[in-house]
Each structure stands twice: as structure tokens, then as C-alpha cells.
Ligand binder design. Structure first.
Ligand SMILES: Nc1ncnc2c1ncn2[C@@H]1O[C@H](COP(=O)(O)OP(=O)(O)O)[C@@H](O)[C@H]1O
Ligand SMILES: CC(=O)OP(=O)(O)O
Ligand SMILES: [Mg+2]
Length: 400
């Protein structure tokens, strides 16, 4: 009987899945992948084979009222119908917050799930959606091994100085500190850099993960040493709908002068700000780049300006820069954003080859650029599959 590993990456605006089936020798191969996107707007399900062939597709109208859980059920039903005679042995999940405790992937049981529930307030856009598929799968497949893989884990190598807020010590000791996110993506990219550019893998690299959620990470010698996301996934860069870095005095102003409630402020910071808030047009970079609205242009300008400033900050944290990498939705697909960030970073010795950038080549820097600049597609699902397999193997070995 062949084994299957289902990987679920439930993000803020999409649920991505990949189904890996073992190939006789136990090595998993991608069998199908897909996603539900447009959640809470106009949902769209697509499942594809490894070569991109569309296996199934469904659109729902904007007023369909389908929530995250309904769409997840549709996805799981589709996967069950496409196991091709294999049986599911484990599911691996992206869970954004592992809190101070989890530095590596963990087999989920009820008490782990309870602990992870405790981090919902720290990642309200993600953690509930990450945990919902674990519960839904446990109902449909009681006894199925489920492994939580954390966005925070890759950053546990950060030095204390990079994670400490200048707050009274007691709060720091309670866990009020920077954690960093998108760690599965950064871990995947760090491994890819070793494969495609071993000469810079031991050096100082800044990776820009620019998607719906956006962050940047300083990776020195393959290890995360600093990043732009902090205690929660609302710090650092402006994102699709999140503020990013904000003077905490603004929160006091909203509370004291505007009389806003904590819940209203949460909604403002996470759902009404970022590219959407500044442009008043959209949270989608594609729409903003095509728009004639001057506010859309301002939102793009602010986004690129902030990426450029954080690049300087992260290079300073490492005391140098040997390579720059762009990844995730915007980083992989938006030549104009990469071009602007790189033009503003010319002082660091960065220069881009316009033609290579336009065709999204792997290496987009010009021959005379002091710093090589790469576009590397991320694959959080592959990283989760690898971690899940490792946990399943460890458990099998321990049982022998
Ligand atoms: N061709 C493109 N040009 C500019 N932005 C793009 C392009 N394709 C995708 N994007 C951006 O990528 C974002 C999604 O990135 P992704 O990494 O898939 O996000 P997430 O996983 O956080 O949902 C979209 O909101 C969109 O703004
Ligand atoms: C942590 C985070 O921001 O994730 P995403 O990019 O999936 O929104
Ligand atoms: Mg993402």
C-alpha cells in the first residue's frame, strides 16, 4: 500500500494544499497540488497535477457565504477522491505561531492543540485558520498523524538582542519578544541558496518574502539572525491589509482620542491598513500596479520604500551583505517592485539587469553588480512535507 502525506498551508487569504504519494521506495512525490483562494471575496478552487495540468476547478459567486471551514471540507473531499489507491499516513500543517516553546515540528495531540490555541491572539489572521484544518481532519480521519510545522521555528537562532523589546524585563520573560514568521519559506530558501549559489550560502543574505503577508529576513551562514516580523505578524513591512511597523503612540491615540475599542483597532491594523488602506483601491499588488489612481501609486511607493529601508537595517544587523533574494507572490512575479527596490539600493552596490528582471530569471543582477540578486520561488509545502516525513520516521523508529 502506498503512503500519502497531505500538506495544508492555510494562509490569510488562501488555503494551499499538496498531496505527496510515496513511490514504492518510500520517497514521496508530488501527486497533486492546489488551493482555494479569494476566501471571503469570490472563492475559487483549483487542483492541478505536478505539471500544472488542471484536474479540477470550481468558482463560487461573491455572495456565496462560504467560509474557511466550508471551503476546507470541499478540499478534503477532493483529496480523498484522488488518493489513487494510497492511504493517508500523515498530514503536515503550517502553523504560524509556535510561541516560545516550539523550536521544531511537533506531532499534534489535544494538549498541543490547546497550547497552540493560546497563541491565537498573537496571530489572529492566521492561527485560527491554521488550527481549523487540524480539527477538521481529526474528525474525518481520527488517528491520522498530524504534524504542526511552525513559521517561528527557523528564527529561534536569532540572538537575544534581535528579539528583545526595550520593555521592562518581566514582560520579556513572559514571552513578549520578537519571534519572526515566514520561517518555513526562509528555511526552504536557505536550502535552495546552498544548491544554486553555494558561494554565498556561508555569507550574509537578505531574503525578501513579499506576499500577502510580507517580511524580510537576515540569514547569516544559513541561520536566521534577524527579521522584520515581531511578536505578531503585523510588524515590519506594510502588507496587503496590515500596517507593518507603527509608532505605538498611534495605538494610544486611537484608544484615548478616538475612543476605539481593542477589537476595532485589531481590525484596523490587520484588515483595513497596508496596501489596501493607503490605496483605498486594493490589497493586491497586481491591481495597484495597473491602476491610474494616484493613491495606488502612493501605496506601491510606500511598500518599495519600506523594503528598501529594512534592507539597510538588516544588512546593518549582519554587518554586511553578500546576496539579496526575492520570493513569494510579489517577490517572484513583480518585476517593477524588484526594479524599484534595487534602484533605491544602488548605494549598497546593487544593480539589476532589466531584461533578466523582466523575464523573472533566477539571477537578475547585472554583471557589474557587487551584490548578486536572485529570484527564488519559495515552497513552504515542500518544507512541511520534509518535516512531516522526518517526524513520521522518527516515530516509526522509536516504536521499533
Ligand atoms: N504578477 C504579479 N505582480 C504583482 N504582484 C503579484 C503578482 N502575482 C501575485 N502577486 C501578489 O502576490 C500576493 C500573494 O502572494 P502569496 O505569497 O501567494 O501570498 P499569501 O501566501 O500570503 O496568501 C497577491 O496579493 C499579489 O499582490
Ligand atoms: C505570517 C504571515 O504573514 O503569513 P502570510 O504571508 O501567509 O499571510
Ligand atoms: Mg504566504
Amino acid at each position: 500500500m502506498r503512503d500519502g502525506i497531505l500538506v495544508i498551508n492555510a494562509g490569510s487569504s488562501s488555503i494551499k494544499f499538496s498531496l505527496f504519494l510515496s513511490n514504492g521506495d518510500g520517497k514521496p512525490l508530488l501527486s497533486s497540488k492546489g488551493q482555494v483562494e479569494g476566501i471571503n471575496v469570490a472563492p475559487h478552487f483549483i487542483a492541478q497535477g505536478p505539471d500544472g495540468t488542471v484536474l479540477s476547478e470550481q468558482h463560487w459567486p461573491a455572495d456565496s457565504d462560504l467560509n474557511h471551514e466550508d471551503l476546507l471540507k470541499h478540499l478534503i473531499d477532493w483529496v480523498e477522491d484522488h488518493l489513487d489507491g494510497a492511504s493517508l499516513v500523515a498530514a503536515g500543517h503550517r502553523v504560524v505561531h509556535g510561541g516560545p516553546k516550539y523550536a521544531s515540528p511537533v506531532l499534534v495531540n489535544d494538549s498541543v492543540l490547546d497550547e497552540l490555541d493560546g497563541f491565537v491572539q498573537l496571530a489572529p489572521l492566521h492561527q485560527p485558520h491554521n488550527l481549523a484544518p487540524i480539527r477538521a481532519l481529526a474528525k474525518v480521519h481520527p488517528g491520522l498523524m498530524q504534524v504542526a510545522c511552525f513559521d517561528t521555528a527557523f528564527h529561534t537562532t536569532n540572538p537575544k538582542v534581535a528579539t528583545t523589546f526595550a520593555l521592562p524585563r518581566q514582560l520579556t520573560e513572559e514571552g513578549v519578544r520578537r519571534y519572526g514568521f515566514h520561517g518555513l519559506s526562509y528555511e526552504f530558501i536557505a536550502r535552495r541558496i546552498r544548491e544554486i549559489a553555494p558561494e554565498v550560502a556561508a555569507g550574509k543574505v537578505v531574503v525578501c518574502h513579499l506576499g500577502s503577508g510580507a517580511s524580510m529576513c537576515a540569514i547569516d551562514g544559513g541561520k536566521s539572525v534577524a527579521s522584520t516580523l515581531g511578536f505578531t505578524a503585523v510588524d515590519g513591512l506594510p502588507m496587503g491589509t496590515r500596517t507593518g511597523n507603527l509608532d505605538p503612540g498611534v495605538i494610544l491615540y486611537l484608544l484615548q482620542q478616538k475612543g476605539m475599542s481593542a477589537k476595532e483597532i485589531e481590525t484596523l491594523l490587520y484588515k483595513r491598513s497596508g496596501l489596501l488602506g493607503v490605496s483605498g483601491v486594493s490589497n493586491d499588488m497586481r491591481v495597484l500596479l495597473e491602476s491610474d489612481d494616484p493613491h495606488a501609486a502612493e501605496a506601491v511607493e510606500l511598500f518599495c520604500y519600506r523594503v528598501n529601508r529594512e534592507l539597510g537595517s538588516l544588512a546593518a544587523a549582519m554587518g554586511g551583505l553578500d546576496a539579496l533574494v526575492f520570493t513569494a507572490g510579489i517577490g517572484e512575479h513583480s518585476a517593477p517592485v524588484r526594479e524599484r527596490v534595487c534602484a533605491a539600493s544602488a548605494w549598497l552596490g546593487i544593480s539589476v539587469d532589466a531584461a533578466a528582471n523582466d523575464r523573472h530569471a533566477e539571477l537578475i543582477s547585472a554583471d557589474d553588480s557587487r551584490i548578486p540578486v536572485y529570484v527564488i520561488p519559495t515552497n513552504e509545502e515542500m518544507m512541511i512535507a520534509k518535516h512531516t516525513r522526518a517526524v513520521v520516521r522518527q516515530l516509526a523508529e522509536a516504536a521499533q
